[in-house]
Design a protein around this ligand. Structure first.
Ligand code: ADP
Ligand code: MG
Length: 143
């Protein structure tokens, strides 16, 4: 699944009603929305999604944050999707993010940082499958 990446508009940004502005930035940068939904994650779902970080000191805080309200996972498509989307959102910590990036514009801090982005093609495929069923993807990826 190259040319695909997973965005999540995180609970902080949904709560602040920033979803529309964030989606506009993403689509203006040339990404196509292939699948999207709004969901309130369970502890199991959020914990599983961030399994790779389970030994990090911030894991518990991260799962608590990601389950604190609804979030909006979005499967995106574009040439060079993973790298281009990470450039668009900026550094994990908004204080270190470049001017004009989504996190610089909309994020609170290193924990509540408005959006998720996949870090490789391989993880993008795994992460998209975490949120979207084979049926949803087949329907949406048909054209
Ligand atoms: P990214 O989301 O930029 O890929 P990571 O994969 O390193 O960043 O971390 C996943 C998420 O965990 C971050 O987006 C952020 O919400 C949270 N996080 C990362 N590092 C910290 C930290 N030092 N303190 C609190 N939360 C963190
Ligand atoms: Mg990451």
């Amino acid at each position: 699944m190259t040319n695909k990446t997973l965005c999540i508009i995180k609970p902080d940004a949904v709560k602040k009603n920033l979803a529309g502005q964030i989606i506009t930035k993403i689509t203006e940068a040339g990404f196509k929305i292939k699948a999207m939904k709004m969901v309130r994650l369970s502890n199991e779902s959020a914990g599983g999604f961030y399994e790779v970080h389970k030994n990090r000191p911030f894991y518990e805080e991260l799962v608590k944050f990601m389950t604190s309200g609804p979030c909006i996972p979005i499967a995106l498509e574009k040439e060079n999707a993973v790298a281009d989307y990470r450039a668009l959102i900026g550094a994990t910590d908004p204080a270190e993010a470049a001017e004009g990036t989504v996190r610089k514009l909309f994020a609170e801090n290193k924990s509540e940082n408005a959006v998720h982005g996949s870090d490789s093609d391989e993880n993008a495929a795994i992460e998209i499958a975490h949120f979207f069923s084979r049926k949803e993807l087949l329907e949406n990826y048909a054209d």
